[in-house]
Structures are given as C-alpha cells and as structure tokens.
Design a protein around this ligand. Structure first.
Ligand code: MG
Length: 277
C-alpha cells in the first residue's frame, strides 16, 4: 500500500516536471534555433528532416461545428459565400440578380428561381455547406428534393431527399452524379439540416490534353461517402461523363431542379500545398 502511494507521488512529480519542461521549451523556441541542420534532405531536396527553417504553418481559428439547430462558425481563413443574410456572392444562371428567398438564416429555391452561380471562382477547395430537403416531402425518386452542388460549374455532388426514397444509386443524395453512389446512405429526414464537407482537387489540362483528373473526398453529415474518388468528367445525364478542357478555376453552382431545397452556411477554403503562405 505504502509503495503504491510512493509510486503515485513519484509519477505525479514526473508529470509536473515534464509539464514545466514543456513550457520552458515553448518559451525558448521563440528565439532559439529550431530543429536540425545536419539531417538528410527529404525528397525534393529543399527541406531537411526536422528542418527548423521550414515555414511555420499559418495559424487558423477552426471555428465551431454546426448543430441541427444552428449553423457553426467558419474557420478564420474561409471565404464565406452565404452567411444566412444575403445573396451578394451569387448571380443567377444567365447573370441576372438572384431571386432565391432568404429567411431565418437560410436561402430557398423559389419556383423557377434558376440555379445560383458564385461570383468568385475556385480551383482546389475545401467546401462546406448545409442543406435541407422539403418537409413534408413530395414526389418520388429523382423528383423528391432534387438540387445539386456543382463544383466548377461541372462536377456534381447530388442533393436529393434519399431518406426512405430510392432511386438509381449513382443519382441518390451524395452521389457523384452518374458516376459513383455514396459509400453509404447517411441521409437525414426531410427538413433536417444536413452537411457536406467536400475536398475537391481540380483537373489539370495541358492544352486539350487531360493531365490529371479531378478528385473528390466527401463527408455527408460527417460520414465519409467518397474517398479520393477519381471523377470521370463533367456531370451528364444518361451518358458517359467526359472531360472538356477548361481553365484552372470555375464557379460553384447550386442547382435549381424544381424542388424548394434550402441551403445555409456555405464557405470555401482555397487549398494550397505545404510551405505555401
Ligand atoms: Mg441534382
């Protein structure tokens, strides 16, 4: 019993000492040399293993996650495309000012509202958005709660009410439309807020030649539904998708497919490589 107590005291003292050492290290690091300069070079020949002169990653406030009741707060380096208040970042398909209804922190597709296109254009991105399909639901199959998140105006992650509503799997909610069904159906009920978190890597072209296809990783309501899926080409219906060369950036498009789907909390982070400010 006594030895147990002594060991406990020793361990507690050790924890305190190492915590103190950690604080001291953190303080010293502000002015002292970091890392090593006698280690092997990593592939690429620019940085050594544990290279202290390598750029420090930018500090980002991560924001807060959304709940079913309320949208979260975006990360500090996000480009906010819709914060629940206005449509200033959007135009309608064709260039006219948008007519989508804005109310209570969301926007809703009105009858014949047309698709929304972001004014800003993007290449590689992390995209977050939230949507709710109509409640009560109406229609079946592709006719129930249909919309779509179309990246670069070409590559669609389907939005559909897939809660107890079957359709062809590569056209259900969270499918890469016409190409890949989601790994699982993580749909919530009609009217409940759902989230998409998408990592999109744009395709690369050299003139007319495809050098590298687009890739998508998609989380639906926090559940992984596509992992680095190789996109086969632009969204199409009843045809095999193919690529048509385009520039390095394109707009985000929210599709009007005749259902009053709602969106809120839409933000984008432009992706860069390591060591880029
Ligand atoms: Mg659609």
């Amino acid at each position: 019993m006594r030895s147990v107590r002594i060991w406990g005291l020793l361990i507690a003292a050790g924890v305190v000492l190492s915590a103190a050492a950690g604080i001291a290290c953190a303080r010293q690091a502000q002015g002292r040399k970091l890392g090593y300069d006698d280690t092997p070079f990593l592939p690429g020949g620019k940085w050594r293993v544990h290279d202290g002169t390598r750029p420090q990653p930018r500090v980002v406030d991560p924001g807060t996650p959304s709940t079913l009741e309320a949208p979260g707060r975006p990360p500090s380096d996000a480009i906010v495309l819709f914060d629940g208040k206005d449509l200033s970042h959007w135009v309608t398909d064709g260039g006219a000012p948008p007519r989508w209804k804005v109310a209570d922190g969301y926007m809703e597709i009105p009858k014949n509202g047309g698709s929304l296109i972001s004014k800003e254009q993007f290449g590689d991105i992390q995209l977050h958005l939230e949507f709710a399909t109509p409640n009560p639901p109406s229609g079946i199959d592709q006719g129930r709660g249909n919309s779509g998140v179309i990246i670069m105006g070409r590559y669609e992650v389907q939005v559909l009410d897939s809660y107890e509503n079957q359709t062809y799997p590569d056209g259900q909610c969270a499918s890469i439309y016409g190409q890949y069904p989601p790994l699982v159906n993580a749909s919530r009920k009609p009217g409940e807020w759902q989230t998409y978190d998408i990592v999109f890597i744009a395709p690369r072209f050299d003139g007319d030649k495809l050098v590298s296809p687009a890739y998508m990783t998609v989380f639906h309501n926090g559940v992984l539904v596509h992992h680095h899926a190789e996109v086969l080409g632009a969204m199409t219906h009843r045809a095999l998708a193919k690529y048509t060369p385009h520039g390095p950036k394109g707009p985000l498009l929210l599709q009007d497919h005749g259902s009053p789907v709602r969106y809120r909390n839409i933000w984008v982070r432009e992706l860069k490589g390591c060591d880029e400010p």
